[in-house]
Design a protein around this ligand. Structure first.
Ligand code: GCV
Length: 703
């Protein structure tokens, strides 16, 4: 059987590399396949008088390639409108035909675009314009997307403007090309060959990002290596920046707080030391001499062993402001992460970011943005939103989400994260005047899931998370389902979109169910975080251990965050809802409360019965997804279908592993029998405890 599969895989790989069946995922959502006749729009000409201008060049070339492939002929390219059906692109300044239309662009920002179906000199035209050429480029990608999606183009003026200025990718990529929490091969930044050789793949990366509106990328890991600030590495970064710039993408780096010592030979990195301050000013000036539009830095300080201002008795604000002052001279920004925990183990780790940053609100320079993870702990399959959203009245905040699925099954588990991010973004803060979390943000940053794998993300479905990141950062109210529908149509074709979306929409909840239902959290194995480890209790600090987070014992389970005082970090409206087990929604019950195993839920089931049911439901949901995917055989290309089938099989096996290991462990605590009708775990708890995967991917440190 295994041999047969290998052979099949080989045959499919060969087929996939031929031009006949080139569906290996490399093209992402920009596949531009020939449209059915009924969906083809007549475009005989593309009118773009300045096709070599920055952003217009990229728009023009993408339109040419995309339209030719989708329409099956090449549109004439020129400055004058001579044909009956044209696509007219540019700004009023760059295109006289557009100037003549007097399109009102006033309410929009410079990244927005307007689409206008109209007539010029009696000829039918589609106009794509904006205040700036970057808007025109976004409009071009939008236009191509509309055609591919197979829905009719708007029949009147349509516009779109990004909600947030900062729509960022954060690569956790090390200089040795390993990727922390990366499951898609090596880093796409080949630092060794840069700056002399820039892999053409970087252009495709830029196209993909531009097509979904991402406009900034942090090239390096937040567990930072100071060397990236060395003169030769600045040249390497410059080469990447030069390649991404035409697509409207700015480059950022992570700054190691101790760089003045490591690179500059200083004795200290104390932010109040004038020599240290000068070092950062000089370093920033050096970067901007080479990269005039460098975006700025991201800093992880005093967290998980990273150096920071607290090493010198200074606050996060003092540390951030020192680097921010250097950046301000050049127009750069500083994203200072709120994912901190110092060496004193707090009563509740979920409380720490708020405890540290709320008192500093108003103390940061205006070019500092505090970067806050979506939940208070760490990208778990389910957490409530971080209480810092909306609580920082005078400091802008960026929401950090994780596209790479460190806690949601790595690359092989199907987990569409659009639903998870939507849950956080759409949460009501219940603070007066700040209705939803998404209203409190300056931007969204997603920890990248991109690597050197041919399909970029380690699995075909994981591309959807990159896609959703860009689309939701452009417009956070779009809705996870609509985004999934776009992606499915673009990636697999319109015919199978419905069943694909249905799988995607249920997928994250399935992972929650088989890894940690009812608000349980942080139950994974140590280090690599692959697989279950709810029994782990031997790590260096209390709040690294799963037992710290679930607090299960003979009598009950869950973390009492009311008693711990953490609930007070949320607005009074939430305190009322989450303050009592009876009013807390089931999906966060054990996050906020410690309850007896016999605690009865509104359904009449006890917590224990419900937990077993949910674990089991998670596994059967994956089995259902497998069956649904199997039905699409022959309706999608063979290669991707095969690989996804194999991954779903892995997911089902691992979901069962999570279920069985967890249930065996909880039973060892509570001594309760399984509710009627449920299968016992396949193996003993000792067996599950003995599983060891030292080489599971992604567990790297600064390289
Ligand atoms: C980059 C979690 C991850 C770490 C990561 C850290 C962070 O703890 O396991 O790999 O480090 O978050 O966000 O800084």
């Amino acid at each position: 059987m295994v041999l047969f599969r290998r052979l099949l895989m080989l045959m499919l790989t060969v087929a996939a590399s031929s031009s006949l069946l080139a569906e290996d995922g490399y093209e992402l959502w920009m596949r531009y396949r020939l449209l059915p006749k009924s969906k083809r729009v007549a475009i005989s000409q593309i009118v773009c008088p300045n096709p070599t201008d920055r952003h217009l060049k990229e728009a023009h070339s993408e339109l040419k390639t995309g339209l030719e492939a989708m329409l099956g002929y090449s549109a004439k390219v020129g400055e004058k409108l001579t044909k009956q059906d044209g696509l007219v692109i540019g700004t009023a300044l760059s295109n006289k035909l557009i100037a003549g239309l007097n399109v009102d662009l006033q309410p929009f920002n410079d990244e927005a675009f307007v689409y206008l179906p109209t007539t010029i000199n009696g000829k039918r035209v589609h106009v794509i314009t904006g205040q700036d050429q970057i808007g025109v480029m976004y409009g071009a990608f939008w236009f191509l997307r509309q055609l591919q999606i197979g829905k009719p183009l708007p029949n009147k003026r349509y516009y779109s403007a990004p909600r947030y200025k900062l729509r960022m990718l954060n690569h956790w990529d090390n200089l040795n090309r390993s990727v922390e929490r990366g499951y898609a091969g090596q880093s796409i930044w080949d630092w060794h060959k840069l700056p002399d050789y820039v892999d053409p793949r970087i252009i495709d990366y830029a196209r993909a990002n531009a097509s979904i509106g991402i406009n900034g990328t942090v090239l390096t890991n937040v567990n930072a290596n100071a060397m990236v600030l060395r003169a030769d590495y600045i040249q390497k970064t410059k080469a990447v920046a030069d390649t991404l710039r035409p697509y409207g993408i700015k480059v950022y780096l992570t700054a190691r707080f101790s760089a003045p010592i490591e690179l500059g030979g200083l004795k200290t990195a104390d932010p109040l030391d004038p020599q240290v301050q000068q070092w950062w000013k000089d370093k920033v000036a050096e970067i901007y001499r080479e990269i005039h539009d460098f975006g700025g830095f991201v800093v992880k300080a005093n967290s998980e062993g990273q150096p920071g201002p607290q090493n010198y008795g200074r606050s996060h604000a003092e540390g951030a402001n020192m680097i921010a002052d250097a950046l301000a001279l050049e127009g750069g920004i500083l994203m200072w992460r709120a994912f901190v925990y110092d060496d004193k183990t707090p009563v509740d780790r979920a409380a720490q970011a708020y405890n540290e940053f709320k008192p500093l609100d108003g103390k940061f320079r205006s070019n500092v943005i505090v970067q806050v993870k979506n939940g208070p702990i760490d990208f778990q399959p389910r957490e409530p939103f971080s209480p810092l959203f909306g609580a920082l009245d005078k400091t802008p905040a960026l929401m950090e989400v994780q596209a790479t699925k460190e806690y949601l099954g790595f690359a092989t588990h199907l987990a569409y994260l659009g639903t998870m991010w939507q849950e956080a973004l759409a949460s009501a803060t219940r603070l007066r005047g700040k209705e939803k979390v998404l209203d409190t943000l300056t931007g969204i940053a997603g920890v990248s899931n991109i690597g050197s794998d041919r399909n970029w993300c380690g699995s075909h479905f994981d591309q959807a998370n990159w896609y959703a990141l860009g689309r939701l950062a452009w417009e956070p109210t779009l809705g996870a389902e609509k985004v999934a529908d776009e992606w499915a149509r673009l990636t697999f074709g319109t015919a199978v979109a419905k069943p694909v979306v249905s799988m995607m929409i249920r997928s994250r909840e399935a992972v929650v169910d088989y890894t940690g239902p009812l608000g349980l959290t942080h139950l994974m194995a140590t280090g690599h975080h692959y697989g279950p480890g709810p029994w782990v209790d031997n790590l260096g600090r209390a709040d690294w251990n799963p037992v710290y987070f679930h607090r299960g014992d003979r009598d009950g389970i869950g973390f009492d965050r009311v008693g711990a005082g953490t609930l007070k970090q949320y607005a009074p409206g939430w305190r009322e809802i989450w303050g009592k087990p009876e009013t807390t929604p089931e999906n966060l019950l054990l996050w906020f409360h410690h309850v007896p195993w016999s605690y009865r839920l509104p359904s009449g089931k006890t917590v224990w019965e419900e937990m077993v049911a949910r674990y089991t439901q998670g596994v059967s949901e994956v089995a259902t997804m497998r069956a649904e995917w199997a039905k699409l055989k022959g309706k999608t290309d063979a290669f991707r279908h095969f690989q996804i089938s194999e991954f779903l099989e892995i997911q089902e096996k691992e979901a069962k592993w999570w279920r069985d290991a967890s249930i065996a462990y909880w039973q060892s605590l509570n001594g309760l029998p399984l509710p009627k009708g449920f299968e016992p775990p396949e193996y003993t708890l000792d067996y599950y405890k003995s599983i060891s995967n030292p080489y599971a991917p992604g567990n790297t440190h600064t390289g």
